[in-house]
Design a protein. Structure first.
Length: 272
C-alpha cells in the first residue's frame, strides 16, 4: 500500500490505465485538494487506503474541500476503479506450457494450504481470511480438489471446500443492483471467455470488462467491484458482507492455530 499511488502515477504517465483514465484524473485531483488539510489533520495522503477512507467519510458528512455534492458522491467509486485498474495492470499471471500459474509467492501459498489440508496427518481444516482485494489467492486456491468457498452463505458450499473469506471484498466481485447479491467471477468462467493464444507469456485479468458483459435480475451488473474501504464505519456494507464476516468470526473463535502474515492492524481496521 505504501507505494501504490507511486505505481499508479507511473501507469497514468505511460498511458496504461485504459478506460479508467477519467477515474485516475478524479483521484489525483482529489489527492491534490487534500494537500490543503495535510498540515491540520493526521491523514497520510500518500497511502491509497487513507485516501479511500477520506472519500468514504466525505460521502457520509457531505463535505470534501470545495467540491459540489454530486462530485463528492463519485469519489469513492472512482477510488474503486483506480484500485482495480492498478492491481490488474500490475499483477500479471505467468503462462507456462500453455497453463496459467499463480504469481509468486502464491504458488508456494497454494502448496502450503494443499499440504495442510490433504497431506498432513491428521489433515487440517484450513480457512483463509484476507484483507486483499486482488485475485491471486482465489486463482491459486481454486486448483484445490474441492475449490474455495467465499462464505456468502454461513453453510459451506462443499464440506471439503476451503473457505476464502475476503473481508474487504474483491476486484472479481460485482453486485446486482436489484437483489443486492454478490456475483463472483470464477477462474473457469473467466478463461471460458478469455482464451489463451500461442505465444502468450502472461495473463492480465480484466474483471471490469466482464462486469459490462454480465447481467443479473435482468440488469447489467454494477461496473464497480465490491471493495470495502478500510474505515471504522462499515455499516453500509453489513447487508452485503455480513455472512462473510460472521463466518470469519466463527472460524476464528473455533481455530486451534491462527497464522498471521503481513498484517499491520492499522487504526482504521479496529472494526475487524
Amino acid at each position: 500500500m505504501n507505494d501504490f499511488l507511486d505505481v499508479a502515477t507511473q501507469l497514468h504517465r505511460t498511458d496504461r490505465v485504459g478506460r479508467a483514465r477519467a477515474d485516475y484524473d478524479v483521484l489525483f485531483a482529489a489527492v491534490g485538494a487534500l494537500q490543503r488539510v495535510h498540515s491540520k489533520a493526521r491523514l497520510n495522503i500518500h497511502n491509497i487506503e487513507s485516501v479511500f477512507a477520506a472519500f468514504e467519510f466525505a460521502k457520509i458528512v457531505r463535505s470534501f474541500c470545495d467540491y459540489p455534492r454530486d462530485q463528492i458522491d463519485g469519489l469513492a467509486n472512482a477510488a474503486r476503479s483506480f484500485i482495480t485498474q492498478t492491481i490488474e495492470e500490475t499483477m500479471r499471471f505467468p503462462i507456462q506450457a500453455g497453463r496459467v500459474v499463480p504469481p509468486a509467492p502464491y504458488q508456494e501459498f497454494f502448496e502450503l494450504v494443499a499440504r495442510m489440508s490433504q497431506a498432513a496427518r491428521p489433515a487440517h481444516d484450513v480457512v483463509v481470511i484476507t484483507f486483499n482485494y486482488d485475485f491471486a489467492a482465489d486463482f491459486a486456491l481454486t486448483r484445490l480438489p474441492f475449490g474455495i468457498d467465499y462464505g456468502f452463505s454461513e453453510v459451506r458450499r462443499h464440506a471439503e471446500a476451503v473457505p476464502l473469506l475476503k473481508l474487504h471484498g474483491s476486484v472479481s466481485w460485482s453486485m446486482c443492483a436489484k437483489c443486492r447479491k454478490i456475483r463472483p467471477f470464477t477462474l473457469k468462467e473467466y478463461l471460458e471467455k478469455n482464451k489463451l493464444y500461442p505465444g502468450d507469456e502472461v495473463l492480465r485479468f480484466d474483471f471490469g470488462r466482464r462486469f459490462q458483459d454480465e447481467s443479473c435480475c435482468g440488469e447489467q451488473l454494477r461496473p464497480q467491484p465490491v471493495i470495502v474501504p478500510p474505515t471504522w464505519n462499515k455499516s453500509s456494507y453489513h447487508e452485503v458482507l455480513s455472512a462473510v464476516w460472521a463466518t470469519a468470526a466463527r472460524e476464528l473463535s473455533e481455530a486451534d492455530n491462527i497464522f498471521v502474515a503481513g498484517y499491520s492492524l492499522p487504526e482504521t481496521d479496529v472494526f475487524f
